[in-house]
Write a protein that binds this ligand. Structure first.
Ligand code: FDA
Length: 394
């Protein structure tokens, strides 16, 4: 015999950043479900365990989307300052690390606890270890078959919110459920790909440099980022690389400037004038990591004393260091990508409340939507803003 369905106002699929925020604003009659053991797992591990929860300079220019204007409305109505006020209300201490990036002084777990407390205070409910078996449209609402701790539960709800995020880090429970359900309801989904992800090189050419980091400017024809670059066993990582990966496509080269704010030519010339008896390599290692100098010495045929180098030779060397053309063979993929680029097409959604234009009562928020932020707290800010927009409308 079929049990009567549980009647709800709103069911939110996914207790991540966006789903928790949405529930806190949707209030009584709302249930959030998640197949993970605990809510907000990505929040918990984010920012090295301290959660880079927003960015002081967050604005529409920090996001990629087929429609760059889409995020404006929700972000204006729930800004970084609103989230900071919430963090302050919960007496969570925080600090700016760099470039407007705000982190907890203590632990990212405080942000998860804060969101769960807000959700409970608003009268919403949270079920973890609950899988989504099937979703169908029934009249003006939705029928959803769930399995909670192995027990089947059927829910009927007026509003259904897709908040299951993107495909990055499947090991942490990421699935394509939001995209599958979007397809089921005929909502278009733009191409998705891993973003904020390290570059790989099939010949492992930087193996000897693994662990070397330095300030750099990484560019391609579309974008340029001035942040740290890190050589890894398999390729390149660090903030400048992760940022540019969102603007990179297979087969393209990137240009690395390893002396972005240094007048290396002037420094070497001055040193040469003072005598320049030391090896060029030794002089270079005063300005660049020694292992990097070891790597480029045979690669670029550097030899001799500084005194032996002509202006032209020094200039050519500095030009190479400021525009090192590299063609990654790929990226580390969803295994380590911080986010998924692309997602549910914003054309299908209202920018005011994230509701599907063609399916009243169906909402999509957070990373599942085709709005992808830069590294630095921007993705959480989008999760908070879009979750708030849907929650308020519900
Ligand atoms: P999110 O992924 O948070 O939540 C989705 C939820 O849905 C999860 O709880 C998942 O278990 C659940 N789910 C998925 N499929 C399901 C299914 N089939 N059934 C039931 N439940 C399902 N951003 C930032 O701004 N600052 C930072 O410091 C970081 N740091 C960072 C570190 C790492 C390692 C990663 C991977 C990512 C970040 N990010 C980040 C990105 C940020 O974590 C991400 O953009 C947001 O968590 C997106 O929020 P959502 O709520 O949309 O998805």
């Amino acid at each position: 015999m079929q049990n009567d369905p549980m009647i709800l106002d709103t069911l939110i699929l996914g207790a991540g950043a966006a789903g928790l925020m949405c529930a806190a604003h949707a209030g009584p009659g709302t249930l959030v479900v998640d197949h993970a053991k605990s809510p907000g797992e990505k929040i918990r591990i984010s920012g090295g365990g301290r959660c880079n929860f927003t960015n002081m300079y967050a604005g529409p220019d920090n996001y990629l989307s087929a429609n760059p204007h889409f995020c404006k409305s929700a972000m204006a109505r729930y800004s970084q300052w609103d989230f900071i006020a919430l963090v302050d209300k919960h007496r969570i201490a925080w600090h700016e690390k760099t470039l407007g990036q705000l982190f907890c002084d203590g632990s990212a777990k405080q942000i998860v606890a804060m969101l769960v407390e807000e959700l409970k205070a608003a009268g919403a409910d949270l079920w973890v270890q609950t899988s989504v078996e099937a979703v169908s449209r029934e009249g003006d609402g939705f029928h959803v078959r769930l399995k909670r701790d192995g027990t089947p539960v059927t829910v009927h709800c007026r509003n259904l919110v897709l908040a299951t995020g993107g495909k990055s880090i499947p090991k942490m429970g990421a699935t394509g459920l939001a995209y599958d359900l979007a397809h089921q309801f005929d909502l278009p989904v733009t191409d998705t790909r891993p973003a904020l992800v390290p570059f790989t090189f099939s010949d492992a050419r930087f193996k000897d440099l693994s662990g070397v980091a330095l300030p750099a400017r990484l560019s391609n024809a579309r974008k340029s980022f001035d942040e740290a670059l890190l050589f890894t066993h398999r390729g390149l990582s660090g903030p400048s690389v992760l940022q540019l990966s969102s603007y990179w496509r297979e087969g393209e080269s990137v240009s690395a400037n390893l002396i972005p704010e240094m007048d290396l030519f002037g420094a070497l010339r001055d040193q040469r004038q003072k005598g320049g008896g030391k090896d060029l390599k030794t002089e270079l290692a005063r300005h660049l990591p020694a292992r990097l100098v070891d790597h480029i010495t045979p690669l670029w045929g550097l030899k001799g004393r500084l005194a032996d180098q002509s202006d032209t030779a020094l200039q050519a060397l500095c030009e190479k260091l400021s525009a090192w053309e590299l063609t990654p063979s790929g990226t580390e993929g969803y295994r380590t990508a911080e986010v998924t680029l692309g997602g549910i097409d914003t054309e299908a959604l209202s920018s005011k409340d994230m509701q599907a234009k063609s399916v009243p009562g169906l909402f999509a928020i957070g990373e599942a939507v085709d709005v992808t932020g830069w590294l630095g707290g921007f993705n959480f800010q989008w999760a908070w803003a879009s979750g708030h927009a849907a929650g308020k409308a519900i």
